[in-house]
Design a protein around this ligand. Structure first.
Ligand code: CA
Length: 258
């Protein structure tokens, strides 16, 4: 009898793996903590189920902005999924408050929003969110975005390319996560920091929006290229005189010039 090729393939895959699988953490490895701030219990439950299924993520769900602020003061999560439309204290305000706190100023935040107008999304990014997902979203897409953001911000990403850039105004120590302009410390969100790092690493080269999306956001086509423009604009503003080093190359993208 001919074995079912699918069964055989999966059996082989399972039995011929003597080395540890890179995706499976050691039993003692700290699990990734994701805080979900969502007042709709059904959605929160689905998100929890989806993210915890892989066995590497622990999800804590809270249903209000107040509860979120309390939760992060007890334990700093590795990521926050934040509903925009929350009772009493809205998601945007919660986002601003989280960004203002030292222990959560750099924790990646993905906004969950039912709104579809571009101005609302831009407002979310302006409030300090790293990304947003518009409801109704597919759980698979959400999980992909969570993984992408965690991968970019994980210990491996932070350990890569220790380098200090010293320009006329800007001194960027990417290893120490220290960005200064004319000696003044600049607070960047994680996404802005990664965007700056990628621009500086590739200085004097024109980088398309698609490339920036792929390399800085870590995935393709799940987010509009407009988000790149929004982040570039915020980064320029924060960098003051050094912001002029980020040039718009009309029709092509952006370039960090020496
Ligand atoms: Ca809601």
């Amino acid at each position: 009898m001919q074995p079912n090729p699918i069964t055989r393939a999966s059996t082989n895959a399972a039995s011929s793996a003597p080395r540890p699988r890179p995706v499976a953490p050691a039993p003692h490895a700290p699990r990734t903590r994701v805080l979900v701030v969502e007042d709709e219990q059904d959605i929160a439950g689905l998100i929890r189920h989806t993210l915890e299924r892989g066995g590497e993520i622990d999800v804590e769900v809270v249903a209000s902005g107040d509860a979120a602020l309390k939760a992060v003061s007890e334990h700093t999560p590795d990521m926050i999924l934040l509903d925009l439309n929350l009772p009493v204290l809205g998601g945007l305000e919660v986002c601003r408050l989280l960004r203002a706190r030292p222990n959560t100023s750099r924790v990646p935040i993905i906004m969950l929003t039912a709104r579809t107008s571009e101005s609302d999304r831009v407002t979310g990014l302006d409030a300090g969110a790293d990304d947003y997902v518009t409801k109704p979203f597919s759980l698979r897409e959400l999980a992909a975005r969570v993984r992408a953001v965690l991968r970019r911000g994980g210990p491996e990403a932070q350990a890569a390319e220790p380098e200090v850039y010293r320009g006329t105004h800007l001194v960027a120590d990417f290893d120490a996560v220290s960005i200064t302009v004319d000696g003044q410390a600049i607070k960047l969100t994680r996404r802005e920091f990664e965007l700056l790092r990628y621009l500086v690493d590739n200085r004097n080269r024109v980088l398309s929006r698609d490339r920036l999306l792929e390399r800085v956001w870590g995935y393709d086509r799940l987010i509009e290229t407009r988000s790149v423009d929004v982040h570039i604009g915020r980064l320029r503003n924060k960098l003051g005189p050094a912001g002029r080093q980020i040039e718009t190359v009309v029709g092509l993208g952006y370039r960090f010039v020496e």
